[in-house]
Unconditional design. Sequence first.
Length: 199
Amino acid sequence: MPHKVVKKYTHSDKPHITIWSAINSELVIGPIFFTGGISSEAYKQTLKNFVSDLHQISNENEHPILVQDDSKLHSNAEVVEFLEKEFPNHWIGTESKYAKWPHHSSDLSPINFFLWGYIKSRVYKTPIETGDVDELKKRIEAAFKNVTPDLLEEAIEEYKTRLERVVKTNGHLVDATIYGEEIDYDQLNVWGMYNWQYL
């Protein structure tokens, strides 16, 4: 069994968007669209907006744990400083003082192993004309509206199962192949956040 899978993306000059979202076991925040890529400043502003939304939907006794993967964008010094201020001892990421996110572990993230695959399966059910960003956005928004609380709860339960499996396998990859299924990496009370580039 491999210790890591690294998927490389090649730069494309075709029009594209990047989307950001956050999920927990009850709801989805997003999608938030960016034309092309996302800068660290735009990402930090997105986090500020997310924290504002979070304060509106959480009570003061709740202390959610925020989880980010090992994207370079998530490790930006200003982003880390912001997260340490807003989520002291309550965020997981590569630069977190609370808990480190393991490198190349997208198989542990509910955003990666559930949400993006689910969204892509609906968005690309029928072909989209290359460059039709407006149609792409409409389909993404429609797909997000179909993410039910039951699906989110299942994804978070699977997240817990995968974390237990990591312990049992001494830190090896945890993906559906462990459960005897084939994986297509292209279709693939914790807040998981991530952004994904759609071409």
